[in-house]
Design a protein around this ligand. Structure first.
Ligand code: P70
Length: 469
């Protein structure tokens, strides 16, 4: 018997895996026609953030707050204790964070940037430097609003979409040491470490790197704080690709990684499988007292931080579900499935394939467009026009302007992100997405760029408007 059609597993010479869940409730998708999409996109100023989600077919804008909760999480929502103070759900959340991330003191916040705001206000003195492994938009903004100066100390490979180094999220220790020597340890607020690194393409940090970083920062008396937003996915890459970790569960790798840091902030809308929520967790008691005081000014009492009791319960359960090996494997492998298809077709994407998204290399799609014609924003628009798929610009628009000069920051990476929500779409959706990217690739030579019409002061990518050139 000759076999022509092959399953996904057979294509890569192994047995197939499947999602470790079945579907109990469905949400119908709607698809509007090409003429309606053209109108919707023009009305949205060619910015996918300004589209109505009713006009979107497959929504890959973000993996943030878009995951499907489990039956256990929904059941947990019904056990919300909506007391103003001392809700039992807060204590369940605190226990889950202590158990899986290992930090002693917990401050809940409404989402990640609420936590970024608090840590930045408390830990940065005006004029201090904040070295980090590539900027993230909201993180850097809060550091700057607190008077900090962000310095990128990520390894050079991270800025090269074609480098296949396995841990492109790593800090370049020589860059960090040079900064400390030049500015003095007392002028470094803390090191801001993210695992995985969103803007680099979802690239992980190795355990060896965090250990070395720990040693270096401790020697200089500098604190090391972690953006733990996608740290579970980072732990998966350590398990798969770093020597000595292959037989360790993800939960153990996560705990050990966090042990090398002094505290963390979290957007629980990603790894933790909830639609809203975040936290800050820290070992230092005095700093905790300051944070716990500040949270009541901006978020809410220190036992709810802007969340309902039911939200905290869903988060506590989500944290436990998020560290299960079979869950993380199926999540990251789904992303890889889409990436392998596109790679096979020689469509330029960031390699290695990251944890939460496929990042299309818009510079190589549109070599005829200058960065001022917004290639990544253009590609996001083209994908929407082709099929109603929504993606996100991660290039010059996201990078914003230099606060000192007012000029565009010009990142080397000019990327369009196809972000995969957790437990939401099937392999068939991934096939539809891949074919749409192929169509945009096919018409790349005749694609025209965009002109910026309006940009707001903060985080301009969310609300900027464009028109077709
Ligand atoms: C995304 C979202 C949020 C995020 C993150 C990392 C590594 C902190 C946060 C903030 C949402 C987003 C945010 C800004 C621009 C575009 C999209 N990332 N650290 O889609 O957390 O959103 O809960 O305040 O990725 O990547 P939160």
């Amino acid at each position: 018997m000759s076999i022509h059609l092959q399953t996904m597993g057979q294509q890569s010479g192994r047995r197939s895996w499947a999602e470790p869940w079945k579907i109990k409730m469905v949400e119908p998708l709607r698809m509007i026609d090409r003429t309606a999409r053209e109108q919707a996109l023009a009305e949205a100023g060619y910015n996918t953030f300004l589209l109505r989600s009713d006009d979107v077919y497959i929504d890959l804008l973000t993996d943030s707050g878009t995951s499907a909760m489990s039956d256990r999480q929904w059941a947990g929502m019904m056990t919300g204790d909506e007391a103003y103070a001392g809700s039992r759900n807060y204590y369940n959340l605190e226990a889950a964070i202590r158990r899986h991330y290992g930090y002693r003191h917990v401050v809940p916040t409404h989402q990640g940037r609420g936590a970024e705001h608090l840590i930045s206000q408390v830990a940065i003195r005006r004029g201090q430097f904040v070295p980090g492994n590539m900027y993230f938009t909201t993180t850097r903004l809060h550091q700057e609003l607190a008077g900090g100066i962000f310095v990128d100390v990520i390894c050079d490979e991270a800025h090269d979409p074609q480098s296949t180094a396995p841990f492109k999220g790593n800090v370049d220790l020589a860059k960090l040491e040079a900064l400390i020597d030049r500015e003095g340890a007392e002028n470094i607020a803390y090191v801001s470490l993210a695992g995985t690194v969103n803007m680099a393409g979802g690239q992980p940090v190795s355990m060896a790197n965090v250990r070395a970083l720990r040693e270096l920062t401790a020697r200089h008396g500098i604190r090391l704080y972690l953006d733990a937003t996608r740290m579970v996915e980072n732990a998966f890459f350590i398990q798969q690709n770093e020597d000595g970790w292959g037989d360790k569960p993800i939960a153990a790798i996560l705990r050990e990684f966090c042990e090398h840091t002094d505290g963390a902030w979290m957007s629980a809308k990603k790894d933790s499988l909830v639609n809203i929520g975040g936290w800050l967790a820290i070992n230092d008691r005095d700093l905790f007292e300051e944070l716990r005081n500040l949270v009541v000014v901006y978020e809410g009492l220190h036992t709810y931080g802007g969340l309902a009791g039911r939200d905290m319960e869903a988060m506590a359960i989500g944290i436990a579900e998020s560290v299960a090996d079979e869950h993380v494997r199926s999540r990251v492998e789904q992303v890889r499935y889409l990436g392998e298809l596109l790679s096979e077709w020689e469509i330029p994407i960031v390699r290695p394939i990251g944890g939460h998204a496929i990042f299309l290399d818009a510079r190589r799609f549109y070599p005829h467009l200058s960065q001022d014609e917004f290639p990544a924003q253009t590609l996001a628009a083209e994908l929407y026009l082709d099929s109603g798929i929504r993606s996100m610009e991660r290039g010059i628009v996201s990078a914003g302007r230099d606060p000192a000069t007012g000029e565009h920051n010009r990142p080397r990476l000019e990327l369009t992100r196809l972000t995969i929500p957790r437990r939401v779409y099937t392999q068939a959706h991934m096939d539809v997405v891949a074919e749409s990217v192929l169509a945009a690739w096919g018409s790349r030579a005749s694609t025209r760029g965009l002109k910026l019409l309006y940009e707001p002061k903060y985080l301009r990518f969310f609300q900027a408007r464009f028109e077709r050139l």
